[in-house]
Design a protein around this ligand. Structure first.
Ligand code: AHR
Length: 513
């Protein structure tokens, strides 16, 4: 099967694909490091994102380790997940952490009225999340409740997780089975405070942020990166206000977050389908996803006014595709299929984040399992890896790599009707293995594209992987879980030139030789 797909790709290649397109890579002036945390993921109490998807409980018939699904644990370990955000999302602002500690049978049952109105039995709480992160080797991002909580609740939670001395909260943690404090790499105050997090104005939130952050204390050597919850989409007003907050001896602010979802139609009422779409929605999905770069740029320009040293990070801690729920599915569960189109959306955005690596030092795709643009889908005992999973895995060499500035001369356009978007998205970096890595996306679903690679030095060839398929909405199912997967890709320098052929609708990740 794998060999068949590779052969199909090669047959599509034509010399005509090379239209003088050249990727120039400046190896002499390396850019900032691409933080591995740009490859972060988001885990919310939403649908089967946690229950059924990650956590099945010790007594489940689904093979598990202490309640965590073995198949999902294995897949996530192989994915090198650098950081996970939890417990929301909107859920963060209705979550009360004390509900999720202590003996599971004694934990209260609450209603997850945000997502499907289902019973939340709090089986997955602070210990379960932080242990899960340790099991897959990931750092953590904990999102505190600002909307319906108090600053005492948030500061107690941080103390519970990080205090190392003799305090009631540290001792309660010990009594609940965890002696050593955890390291909370990121801690955010609230989520979408302009909406589900409390419908606030940026100014009101800014004051609350300062108040919460003042009391969010940890041992000095175990201090989290503190995130203020920011704006969304085209909005810059949240960044404008939050970037003016000046930290002092009593509190910190290290980053501002931003959210953006890619909807094929751009309309929340009818977003578009995950599969079964035509080229109009293939095209419009990319048109919408490419807008995020404009939004990032506009927000960074504001941050540069108030913070020219680039101390503050800009974290896109929710991004990805969002489609209409299919008939029969619970609309509150945000379950959606994931196709080759999602793989390209992921790669295009990762390439864009690499470009702004100086400030975009963390992002988290929404979400990890069974929700929105997921890495993994499960159904009872069954599990599959999505095309987005494969793209994240192909990009592992970019984690903590050094970005290399690159420009495309003769960039082809992908035209649809009277409209057009870029035909190729690219980024380059020097990996920790010393090799130059390229990520290349051909957005055009109908045409092979060729690109010459110029580093100013000698290159023998390129070796890596390509992800493509014959249909725009090709996807994996529980019946055919391996229908879309990456295959080997290689090219040799000929007559002093390295020409890479990018199959129509493909993601290619290679190391130069
Ligand atoms: O990811 C799903 C939801 O989208 C999150 O809970 C919320 O922050 C956003 O609106």
């Amino acid at each position: 099967m794998r060999r068949l797909i590779a052969t199909v790709c090669l047959l599509n290649f034509t010399v005509a694909a090379f239209a003088g397109t050249v990727l120039h890579i400046d190896t002499k002036h390396p850019g900032p490091e691409i933080s591995k945390d740009v490859y972060g993921q988001f885990v919310e109490h939403l649908g089967h994102g946690i229950y059924g998807g990650i956590w099945v409980g010790k007594d489940s018939k689904i093979p598990n380790t202490n309640g965590y699904r073995n198949d999902v644990l294995k897949a996530l370990k192989e994915l090198h997940v650098p950081v996970m955000r939890w417990p929301g999302g909107c859920f963060a602002d209705i979550y009360h952490w004390r509900d999720g500690i202590g003996p599971r049978k004694q934990r209260p049952k609450t209603v997850n009225w945000l997502w499907g109105g289902v019973t939340e039995d709090n089986a997955f709480g602070t210990h379960e999340f932080l242990d899960f992160a340790e099991m897959i080797g990931s750092d953590v991002y904990v999102n505190a409740n600002l909307g319906s909580g108090t600053e005492k609740e948030a500061s107690d939670w941080l103390e519970y997780m990080t205090a190392d001395g003799d305090s009631d909260l540290a001792n309660l943690r010990r009594a609940n089975g965890r002696d050593k404090p955890w390291h909370i790499k990121y801690f955010a105050i609230g989520n979408e405070s302009w909406g589900c997090g409390g419908n606030m104005t940026p100014e009101y939130y800014a004051n609350l942020y300062k108040r919460y952050a003042t009391f969010a204390k940890t041992p000095e050597d175990n201090r989290p990166i503190m995130i203020a919850s920011g704006g969304t989409d085209v909005r810059t007003d949240w960044t404008e206000t939050l970037a003016q907050i000046k930290p002092n001896w009593s509190f910190n602010i290290d980053a501002i977050s931003h959210h953006y979802y890619t909807l094929p139609t751009g309309e929340w009422e009818t977003k578009g389908r995950a599969i079964g779409f035509k080229e109009d929605q293939w095209f419009s999905t990319f048109k919408h996803t490419l807008k995020l770069e404009d939004y990032v740029r506009a927000n960074l320009a504001i941050m540069d006014k108030y913070d020219p040293e680039k101390r503050l990070g800009f974290f896109v801690d929710e991004w990805g595709t969002w489609y209409d729920t299919e008939e029969g599915d619970n609309p509150g569960f945000l379950l959606q299929q994931n196709s080759l189109r999602d793989a390209l959306v992921a790669a295009i955005n990762l390439n864009m984040f690499h470009k702004y690596a100086k400030r975009v030092r963390m992002t988290s795709i929404a979400q990890m399992v069974n929700v929105l643009q997921a890495m993994i889908l499960t159904d009872g005992k069954k599990m599959l890896l999505t095309p987005t999973y494969h793209v994240f895995k192909m990009h592992i060499p970019f984690q903590d790599a050094t970005s290399l500035p690159s420009t495309i001369n003769g960039l082809p356009k992908y035209k649809y009707g009277k409209d057009a978007v870029i035909g190729i998205s690219a980024s380059a970096a020097r990996g920790k293995d010393g090799k130059i890595w390229l990520s290349l996306v051909n957005l055009n679903p109908n045409k092979v594209s060729g690109i010459e690679i110029d580093t100013g030095g000698k290159i023998k060839g390129a070796v890596g992987q390509v992800l493509t398929a014959d249909k725009m909405d090709a996807h994996n199912t529980f019946g055919k879980p391996d229908a879309v997967h990456p295959v080997k890709y290689s090219a040799k320098t000929e007559n002093g030139k390295l020409m890479l052929e990018l199959p129509a609708k493909s993601v290619v990740v290679v190391a130069l030789q």
